[in-house]
Design a protein around this ligand. Structure first.
Ligand SMILES: [Zn+2]
Length: 86
């Protein structure tokens, strides 16, 4: 497990992988356009974004990752914080 454990609001979005609130966000380069979970702007091809999966759910949990812009990651975790999971 090489994920970096951080506590809100000290998420360092410069890291390639961020672990928080039972999620692991991995910096990825888009190969096609994706929808951002946080803002209305699309994630464009060749743009860096975070792919976010539930931690500890095994490979099956990676099937449907959430995606958001690098700059949107703190807001994604703000949203997660109010969710009932974890
Ligand atoms: Zn966004």
């Amino acid at each position: 497990m090489d994920a970096i454990t951080t506590e809100w609001p000290e998420i360092n979005i410069g890291e390639r992988r961020v672990r928080y609130k039972g999620r692991i966000a991995t910096l990825t380069t888009a190969r096609k356009q994706h929808r951002c979970e946080v803002c209305p702007e699309p994630i464009k091809p060749k743009e860096n974004y975070f792919s976010i999966v539930m931690a500890g759910s095994g490979l099956g949990g990676i099937k449907f990752p959430d995606r958001c812009h690098v700059d949107c990651l703190p807001n994604f975790f703000k949203k997660v914080k109010t969710a009932k999971d974890f």
